[in-house]
Design a protein around this ligand. Sequence first.
Ligand code: SF4
Length: 346
Amino acid sequence: MTRIARIGDLRIGGGSPILLQTMYDRPLGSEGEDEFRAHMISLKTMGCDIMRFSYPRREEHDKLVQAVRLCPMPVVADIHFDYRNAIDAIRCNVAKIRINPGNIGPRERTMEVARAARLNGCAIRIGLNSGSLPRQGDGLTQAQLMVRSALEYVDWLQSAGLEDIVVSLKASDVDSTIEAYKEFSRLSDVPLHLGITEAGGLLSSSVRSTVAFTRLLDLGIGDTLRYSICGSIEDEVACGAELLRTLGKRKRGIRIIACPRCGRCSFDSQALIAAVQPALLAMDKEMTVAVMGCVVNGPGEAKNADIAISGLGNEVMLYKKGEVLCTVDKDKAAQALMDAVEAYNG
Ligand code: SF4
């Protein structure tokens, strides 16, 4: 088991619940205060626990301070190249910074950052990516190079007295990523953040990341994770929350069941799912919702779901815990479903 790293009010590792992260996909300050706050609350409701922001310039100091103030989750600043940005981010009271010591210069710069983090109660994630390894060669695999660098950097941080350390070892291929995490966890008890880097769009990232995460989590490896998707950050959080629910590691959130559709489908269940899914995933409820195209499997799934809908000719039937609530015109299916879900209280 890994040891614990503190990040704000949260604990990473040591058997704590696995936490989900995502990364803000635009520059700091892109949204107005109210819009930003509502956006962050929505992501938190979807299941996000930790929010990371790029911090490329110290000129954005006030914007980072504002993000820390408005975000209802611990804020992580992502730093590259200039160690002074890391120290400045720590002064903005972020809960954690993510650095790759290999790209911020000599060891003493990382040590200076680590000392500042320790004094301010800020954690550090050593984030290594296979594409930015400081050294190549030596006959080592990509995974071995990442592990060797990570262990060396952990030593640096520890020698500065910092205890709240997390490591990530991301490659863009599943096997190298798994090899790196397995090897590192054999040699160290530092908590691990899981990710596949440059994983692609929703389809490729969700498949590749899920394969890697599942294999690692089955081995007891991984304390936080992020789906890196060339797409929306809502999709990143939704994928992570769905994985944790599917693995039985998290209960909160709405579990959605839907049939795949076939020639018997009597209403456009695909359009219905597309219309209601974002709102369902952003609701703070713990329940199961089923959307079924016809009565072949509709009543059966309805029995197992808290709220269900199934097609019946030009109408849809709405169920609550297997009991028919009402029948409505199929054009009103989305609204009827959302009304029933909102009204549901167990
Ligand atoms: S529930 Fe009906 S529409 Fe959906 S896949 Fe089964 S038979 Fe087809």
